[in-house]
Write a protein that binds this ligand. Structure first.
Ligand code: CA
Ligand code: ZN
Length: 302
């Protein structure tokens, strides 16, 4: 039977000092429940948005201690299944997101999820792309709020973090201290209004410790290819880091020269934007699967 972790055990920051709420062996599959990013406080159009507890934002369920994970290792997270609730909520307003300077009030909108679509209004239905906004491990230094993305993961708000994807995180703390939350029924690249269609739900994930390899940033793999997820102060800076990390990985795996790898990445790599609204922005640099397959090379150096 799959282990279960209820959404009662939440953290608001990733930290190596948080006591684990669950201990598992490497290779365990566990179902993790989570509140939505407003801790399920907005349940109807009548909820006064000014009245909710804005300190209880972005709860992540965890942390989970994975036996054997030690600093310098990699934690592999396979997203087997993503279940979402039947009602979503969106919030936007002044000082939030790209349009904040043109909005006067903080407003919320309840969005029913029925028959595989999000009903934006009577007329318009949005196809679902269920995804995980906040996912990661304890960082190396000071605690990092669940609002902020980084090399430990966190609030990466990346629509590729979905069922079937595999994530690899650098491990900084004993046991890795994994947590996740902030599901979206749908979200566009950029997350321009600062919320996706926020929903509670549960994820079934398998957690594996990988020894003898290391990473500087989270790495995502899916059936189409792989990408580093890089968060930085600006898009320019994040793109540069993502391309450099990818180039170093490909030089090591293919033995092509740096100039050839740069040409290759210029021909096939895709700069993609995950989000531009969190305290740091997050970008991807996507490389199609056939590149490493052609060289018979593994994604990680194992
Ligand atoms: Ca988020
Ligand atoms: Zn969210």
């Amino acid at each position: 039977m799959t282990k279960m972790l209820s959404c009662q055990d939440v953290i608001y920051a990733f930290s190596k000092t948080h006591p684990p709420v669950e201990r598992i062996e490497s290779g365990t599959t566990i179902e993790i429940e989570t509140y939505d990013c407003y801790k399920n406080q907005i349940q109807s159009a009548d909820t006064k948005i000014s009245g909710i507890d804005w300190d209880a934002i972005n709860p992540a369920t965890g942390p989970i201690f994975v036996n054997g994970a030690a600093p310098g290792d990699v934690l592999k997270v396979t997203i087997q299944k993503l279940n979402i609730g039947n009602q979503g909520v969106m919030v936007t307003g002044p000082d939030l997101g790209v349009m904040g300077h043109r909005l006067t009030y903080r407003e919320s909108k309840i969005i029913p999820i029925e028959n595989g679509v999000a009903k934006f209004n009577e007329r318009l239905s949005i196809p679902l792309n269920p995804m995980i906004g906040v996912i990661g491990v304890a960082p190396e230094g000071e605690p990092i709020s669940c609002e902020i993305p980084g090399t430990h993961g966190g609030n990466m708000d990346t629509q590729l973090i979905t069922e079937g994807a595999v994530l690899y995180f650098p491990v900084y703390a004993e046991g890795a201290l994994f947590a996740l939350g902030d599901f979206h029924a749908a979200m566009g690249d950029g997350e321009v209004g600062v919320s996706g269609i926020e929903v509670p739900g549960s994820a079934v994930v398998t957690l594996d410790v990988i020894k003898d390899t290391s990473l500087n940033h989270p790495l995502l793999e899916n059936e189409k290819g792989f990408t580093f997820l890089v968060s930085a102060n600006t898009l320019d800076e994040a793109v540069k880091i993502a391309v450099e990390e990818t180039a170093d990985l490909l030089v090591a795996r293919t033995k092509l020269s740096l100039a050839e790898v740069t040409m290759l990445l210029s021909a096939v790599g895709q700069v993609q934007v995950s989000q531009v609204v969190d305290p740091l922005v997050t970008v991807r640099f996507f490389v199609p699967r056939y590149v490493l397959e052609t060289y018979g090379a593994p994604l990680l150096s194992i």
